[in-house]
Write a protein that binds this ligand. Structure first.
Ligand code: SAM
Length: 376
């Protein structure tokens, strides 16, 4: 093992990408069985990350996010530009086999967590097959999906059977009519059913992503906290971020400090113990079975612990959510590159990763993809 590998080893907490929730004496979350708790303890692992995935700032990358499609069945204005996006022709999107090959290459280099996103991943009919292939890759211990949940409920059992371990569902409002206004589609009740079914099926975690926007859903912050009283979910309030075509403004963004102030008027939020490389700030309310977190990319970035790499549906690798540098792994694969050659391309891109992304105001002016083409 060389210095770069030794410099960074996987966090030994064995925890997930988010959110260590409040735990009982035996380390279990309120909704975990004793078996879940023991299994998490067993994934404690200090296997080193290959040098290719350790950047010039000493950060190892063990978490890969893959967007499976640019299409979505919703039209949220903060994610998709009003004029839509130019869709990459199907033949230039990654196939299930190409996704599988890339996951094997990354897993061999130390990636153990894979998140499938979109667009809307449930738009892909082969999602279950992709989950199965990804979860079968040696070294991968955690396969999750980020979805709007509209067309999810009936697929949950199949996804779980194929190896899906965690779920993030996006839901910005609890009011059906407002959902229709914000997403330009119906479906709020279907998302709620998906959340309940996911909890019933006992996924390792069920997180609900809420992008908070002034004048749209900031009046529902307390209602979302209240949801955690009876539902064993992790509600994650996300600061509204600027991407191409989403008409972001600082005024529309509700900062972490403001969200906290509003919640503190009604609830006592207690800080949970955050695992290493945590991106969220995690809390719980006494007596609630679920937990509450904040993703503060705009007012309090967490670049120093960044362990994430992203592959877009067209096969481009993006090393920073807010950086526009990309390199095509699809082209390399289709031109016949070997796995080692592809890992070299990945390593070169990782080496170019900056120490941190630009500040809030510069980001608003940066040319980047629309979020719908990145996947979060
Ligand atoms: N369609 C899936 C979904 O809705 O979860 C996956 C893709 S979506 C781009 C992934 C996540 O990014 C969602 O939780 C969404 O709310 C979040 N997101 C999209 N645009 C955002 C923005 N401008 N600021 C913050 N989060 C955003």
């Amino acid at each position: 093992m060389d210095d770069a590998s030794i410099a960074w080893t996987r966090a030994t907490t064995g925890d997930d990408d988010g959110r260590r929730a409040r735990t009982g004496d035996d380390g279990r979350r309120p909704w975990e069985t004793a078996d879940d708790g023991r299994r998490r303890a067993r994934v404690v692992d200090a296997r080193a990350i290959a040098p290719a995935l350790v950047d010039a700032h000493g950060r190892g990358h063990n978490y890969l996010r893959i967007s499976l499609t640019e299409r979505c069945n919703l039209r949220c204005a903060y994610c998709m530009p009003a004029e839509g996006v130019d869709l990459t022709p199907d033949g230039r999107l990654l196939t299930a086999s190409e996704v599988e090959r890339l996951v094997h290459i990354f897993a061999r280099a130390g990636v153990d967590k894979v998140r499938l996103t979109g667009g809307e991943p449930t738009v892909r009919r082969d999602l279950e097959d992709i989950v199965r292939r990804v979860s079968a890759a040696p070294g991968v211990r955690d396969v999750s999906v980020t979805t709007n949940g509209v067309a999810l409920e009936r697929r949950l059992e199949g996804l779980k059977a194929n190896g899906l371990t965690r779920l993030n569902l996006s839901l910005d409002t609890l009011v059906p009519a407002k959902f229709e206004f914000m997403t330009r589609r119906k479906g709020q009740e279907r998302v709620m059913r998906s959340i309940d079914r996911a909890v019933e099926l006992g996924f390792d975690s069920v997180k609900v992503n809420v992008v908070v926007m002034r004048g749209q859903n900031d009046d529902e912050i307390l209602d979302f906290v209240e949801l955690t009283k009876t539902k064993p979910i992790n509600v994650r309030f996300i600061e509204y971020m600027p991407f191409d075509g989403n008409k972001w403004s600082e005024r529309k963004m509700v900062s972490y400090a403001e969200m906290r102030a509003r919640i503190d008027e009604k609830y006592i939020l207690r800080r949970a113990d955050d695992p290493r490389q945590e991106v969220a700030k995690n809390f719980y309310v006494d007596g609630h079975v679920g937990t509450v977190s904040f993703i503060t990319s705009m007012t309090n970035h967490f670049c120093s612990g960044c362990n994430r790499l992203r592959i877009m549906a067209d096969g481009n690798l993006k090393v920073c959510l807010f950086g526009n540098a990309e390199v095509s792994l699809r082209d390399a694969m289709r031109e016949g590159a070997t796995d080692d050659e592809i890992l070299k391309i990945i390593g070169d891109a990782v080496q170019r990763k900056k120490a941190k992304h630009a500040g809030m105001h510069e980001l608003a002016d940066l040319d980047n993809r629309a979020m719908i083409k990145i996947g979060g």
